[in-house]
Write a protein that binds this ligand. Structure first.
Ligand code: KG4
Ligand code: ZN
Length: 339
């Protein structure tokens, strides 16, 4: 079974082909980062227009490179939501039209379920049930993944997502978009003892997160600093340490309360090396194993959509011809595939 995966929820046009026995056989990604960088962040209308231009030719070149004929496809998975509605519409429309023309099924995938399943594409893969920290540009949550489509949210951010906090802080410091990798790179040159930033929500019970206070603190510290390269690097380091500490503290708490023995981290921020190192320590101390995918599968990619699509299609899930992307779509609304 060959499944084509199409991801267009935000600023990447990403594709992959997954095969049930051969695994991931080809991937392609066209990143709009340079275009959006000029505006300091993502401009939704420009994102949609670019997906319209890039998607169809990218599918042709993916198939050619993979040496897979379009007629060999058995199904098409696309990101149905959540995300930018115009961008989602481009992927959903093309996926469903192409599937209709080829007389094969199309399946809409929840973007966050895609992220959660990405570590399954690695050799050292987790298995259900597991605990997961999902940290992306739009979401920050801790959840129990009980089975495919059965997710129970234990805590989430009450304001900004972790990735959003990285992006906003980067913008404040004059660093390019996306902010996460830029801050992480600069933080390596920072002195960890120069500043100590607050760790939000640490003294409150529960598993929720908050990052907007940290953002304000960073803003004030930057305004009162010399505003030079040293201050910039020290602030980047203090900010990164505070985010990592807040995420790690809640993971520690969750591992004690829900001793699944497996912690998965997924979403763009899970590419952060300091976060990975810290969670390795915490997992080990709690007799748990930490799982995360290679960097290219932490951030948005087509492979996670193709794989989630393969799992759902092979379990018999089908949808009708309606094209109904969802800008907002709570993960808790998902259900396991039923035949
Ligand atoms: O999952 P993703 O690619 O897209 C969404 O679904 O949102 O996540 C993008 C987010 C951005 O906010 C970006 O700054 C952040 O992930 N990110 C990182 C790193 N790489 C990407 N944050 C911290 N450290 C990184 N190395
Ligand atoms: Zn994502």
């Amino acid at each position: 079974m060959y499944v084509l995966g199409i991801e267009t929820s935000c600023d990447d046009t990403a594709l992959a082909i997954y095969h049930e026995t051969q695994g991931l056989i080809a991937q392609k990604l066209y990143s709009q980062t340079l275009m959006h960088q000029r505006h300091g962040g993502i401009v939704p209308e420009l994102a949609s227009r670019d997906h319209v231009q890039k998607l169809a030719p990218l599918i042709s070149s993916l198939l050619a490179e993979a040496n897979v004929s379009i007629d060999a496809l058995d199904g098409i998975a696309y990101t149905k939501g959540p995300g930018l509605i115009g961008a989602l519409l481009v992927g959903a429309t093309l996926a469903k039209s192409l599937a209709f023309a080829l007389a094969i099924p199309a399946i809409g995938i929840h973007h966050l379920e895609g992220h959660l399943l990405a570590p399954f594409l690695e050799q050292q893969a987790p298995h259900f049930p597991f605990l997961a920290l999902l940290v992306s540009g739009g979401h920050t949550m801790l959840l129990e993944a009980k089975a495919l489509g059965d997710y129970h949210i234990l805590g989430e951010s009450v304001d900004d997502a972790a990735g959003e906090a990285f992006d906003k802080t980067a913008r404040l410091l004059g660093l390019p978009y996306p902010g996460g990798p830029a801050i992480a790179a600069l933080a390596r040159q920072g002195d960890p003892s120069a500043y100590h930033f607050p760790r939000p929500m640490l003294h409150k019970p529960g598993l929720d997160f908050s990052f907007s206070g940290l953002k304000t603190h960073t803003m004030q510290t930057w305004a009162q600093s010399a505003g030079d390269d040293t201050a910039r690097a020290n602030i980047a380091r203090a900010f990164e340490d505070a985010v990592v500490d807040s995420l790690a503290a809640k993971c520690q708490r969750a591992l004690t309360q829900y001793p699944y023995g497996q912690l998965v981290i997924a979403g763009g921020v899970s590419a952060n090396q300091r976060l990975q190192a810290r969670l390795h320590e915490i997992a080990a101390a709690n007799h748990a194993t930490l799982y995360f995918p290679r960097p290219a599968l932490c951030t948005d990619n087509g492979a996670m959509i193709a794989y989630a699509g393969f799992l759902r299609l092979s379990r018999g899930q089908r949808e009708d011809l309606a094209i109904e992307p969802r800008a907002r779509w709570p993960l808790s609304e998902l259900t396991p595939p039923s035949i």
